[in-house]
Write a protein of this length. Structure first.
Length: 354
């Protein structure tokens, strides 16, 4: 039974806050003492950081028993429902969503994006997909998450070093979320972009801070950045007609594709096939393509789809963030770049306002 959910947080009294400070001062810290990432930005340096009077937002209070799960969420992981602090959740999600080999500042930016994302999901109420839990570990529904045991099994001898980097990024950004005009922002992210991110209106509804911005990653930074897939003319025809039976593909293959329209970010808005305008997002789904940055041509072997980047393209590019960090960008600068017009605020200050 959950007795202290995110939706029922009551700010502690002054006495309890003083007691918590005394206990934390006496106990040994769980996270590494020497951060490998920059501290929370001061208002004069970051320009968008608002100081908080609230307690540590990730629910991490150090005691002899380890975590004190004062603030919790429920996670559906397969068939198991887990109750976790925000810090525990972020460890498993950050490690699952971004390689631990990435630059520390990129990991910090991802930690803030994930913290904002999961709190927004929790505050939105039960999902029809998993009414018994706030979030799930399926990246197709929520965000990816892996247990520490699974991470250790995957990382092997690199486990301690990788966990230290992940935990350091969470600690260094403890309590920080992204907001826009007083509400938690939609901090969506993707793997990599073709020189520019996509506007949310290209796929979903338009959001002021999810607009196209330049993204610095290239084929030198991203494995499999440019990929080609060849589909035989027969498979191409069958696949198109299965979704768009009104398309006229009775002529020669050379006549099937008659035009391409691009979005403001240079992705495919739609391709006209057999007289039917097929959205780039639908084409991506139909042929399991990596992105909607698509070049389509016909050859002797069939139709060749060449894609650049990976993911829907909206919000923060993970490889772009890593490139920015490698070039000296801080995590707050990365977030300000990919979510223009937003602010960094205290998580619990935001929770109290939602």
């Amino acid at each position: 039974m959950r007795t202290n959910s995110i939706k029922s947080i009551i700010l502690p009294s002054l006495l309890l806050a003083l007691m918590a400070l005394m206990l934390s001062a006496l106990a040994a810290p769980k996270w590494p003492e020497d951060n490998t990432v920059s501290p929370q930005p001061e208002s004069e340096s970051g320009g968008n950081w608002q100081e908080s009077s609230s307690p540590t937002s990730d629910g991490l209070t150090v005691s002899g028993d380890g975590f004190d799960a004062s603030y919790t969420l429920t996670l559906l992981d397969g068939d198991e429902t887990l109750e976790l602090t925000i810090a525990e959740y972020l460890q498993g999600s950050l490690a699952a969503e971004m390689p631990a080999s990435f630059e520390p500042e990129a990991l910090c930016a991802q930690a803030v994006a994930l913290r904002t994302y999961v709190l927004r999901k929790c505050l939105a109420g039960p999902s029809d997909s998993h009414p018994e839990a706030d979030v799930c570990s399926d990246s197709g529904c929520c965000a990816a998450w892996r247990s520490e045991q699974a991470l250790r099994e995957n990382w092997g001898e690199d486990s301690e070093a990788n966990l230290e980097k992940i935990r350091s990024a969470i600690q260094a950004t403890d309590g920080v979320c992204v907001s826009y005009e007083g509400s938690l922002a939609q901090t969506v992210f993707h793997s990599s972009s073709d020189g520019m991110t996509a506007g949310s209106g290209e796929i979903w509804s338009s959001v002021p801070y999810l607009t196209p911005v330049e993204s610095p990653e290239s084929s030198d930074d991203v494995p499999g950045y440019i990929q080609s897939v060849t589909v035989s003319t027969g498979d191409f025809k069958d696949t198109i007609l299965s979704a768009y039976p009104e398309a006229d593909l009775s002529g020669e293959p050379e006549t099937w594709v008659s035009g391409t329209a691009l979005t403001d970010s240079g992705r495919v808005d739609h391709i006209t096939v057999g007289g039917v305008d097929i959205p780039g997002s639908a084409l991506r789904t139909l042929f399991s393509l990596r992105s909607t940055s698509i070049d389509l041509e016909l050859s002797g072997d069939g139709f060749i789809f060449t894609t650049t980047g990976y993911g829907h393209g909206v919000g923060m590019s993970q490889y772009g963030a890593n490139t920015m960090a490698r070039n000296g960008g801080s995590w707050n600068e990365i977030l300000a770049w990919y979510y223009p017009g937003t602010q960094l605020v205290s998580a619990w200050d935001m929770v109290g306002q939602e």
